[in-house]
Design a binder for this molecule. Structure first.
Ligand code: HEM
Ligand SMILES: *[C@@H]1O[C@H](CO)[C@@H](O)[C@H](O)[C@H]1NC(C)=O
Ligand SMILES: *[C@@H]1O[C@H](CO)[C@@H](O)[C@H](O)[C@H]1NC(C)=O
Ligand SMILES: *[C@@H]1O[C@H](CO)[C@@H](O)[C@H](O)[C@H]1NC(C)=O
Ligand SMILES: *[C@@H]1O[C@H](CO)[C@@H](O)[C@H](O)[C@H]1NC(C)=O
Length: 196
């Protein structure tokens, strides 16, 4: 098996024919790369395009819209066969987050694949930028949460599967939304390039 370094991994994320790109951030402990793009908007709500590239050993990878694990929409992704499942969750306490119906997500099947070394997913989320009690900044910096587990989920085919603790790590990361924000046309082109 070929070793893949961080620089190589970062180059793997979404980039359309005309170069529209998600803003990428590599989490060094887990080796997971998060990519984020949003369309131009004065303020939330706006759609959020999230991409994840995870090393094969990651059982699930999570993203929290509000930074903290608690009280904001969470997306949890995991491999299922050769595809990827994305589950919307919400946590009011430091317990396994429950399924959440305040978002609607669209997984781009052609961009959500698995091979020997990695699995990845691109998902468009409506409802991830605004919730009861908070929102994602459209301009300036925004803080997100990350969490990664080495444990495969119990029932990978089901979006409501039980998941286990983020033993690999968890924390917060800040992205400059001025760099994640694309014109509506560029955002549309990026979505299209991913199969949307
Ligand atoms: C079985 C599922 C989960 C359990 C039992 C769990 C439990 C916990 C606990 C006990 C803490 C605080 C104690 C500590 O520092 O270790 C914590 C913190 C955290 N968790 Fe989870 N968690 C789960 C899933 C998730 C998911 C899916 C995410 C998605 C990103 C996440 C993100 C975070 C973050 C960012 C923190 C840092 C503190 C904070 O911002 O609230 N967790 N979790
Ligand atoms: C997954 O992909 C591999 C390689 O393309 C293929 O051989 C295998 O049959 C696929 N598995 C499933 C469950 O689709
Ligand atoms: C969504 O979840 C809320 C809170 O649990 C619940 O009150 C509501 O009925 C749910 N809506 C749907 C369409 O399931
Ligand atoms: C496996 O997937 C990763 C992530 O998409 C990609 O960078 C890598 O080139 C793929 N490996 C092979 C052998 O296709
Ligand atoms: C915004 O986030 C970036 C990291 O993406 C960081 O380098 C920068 O210091 C932050 N700016 C402010 C004003 O917090």
């Amino acid at each position: 098996m070929k070793l893949i370094n961080v620089a190589t991994t970062v180059a793997l994320l979404a980039s359309s024919a005309h170069g529209q790109k998600a803003l990428e951030w590599n989490e060094p402990t887990s080796g997971v790369t998060y990519g984020l793009a949003v369309p131009e908007a004065a303020s939330a709500p706006f759609d959020v395009l999230l991409s994840i590239v995870a090393p094969a050993k990651a059982g699930w990878v999570g993203w929290a819209a509000g930074g903290c694990m608690l009280r904001s929409p969470i997306l949890v992704a995991w491999p299922n066969g050769n595809t990827t499942v994305v589950s919307s969750r919400w946590a009011n306490a430091y317990h396994p987050p429950a399924p959440y119906n305040g978002t609607s997500t669209k997984v781009f099947a052609s961009s959500s694949t698995r091979n020997e070394t990695h699995w990845k997913v691109s998902v468009l989320c409506s409802g991830c930028s605004q919730w009861v009690g908070g929102e994602v900044n459209s301009h300036g910096n925004a803080t997100f949460g990350w969490g990664v587990s080495s444990h495969a989920v119990d029932t990978p085919a089901s979006a409501s599967s039980a998941i286990r603790f983020h033993d690999v790590g968890k924390g917060h990361f800040e992205l400059d939304m001025n760099k994640a924000r694309l014109s509506k046309d560029d955002f549309g082109a990026l979505v299209k390039s991913l199969g949307g």
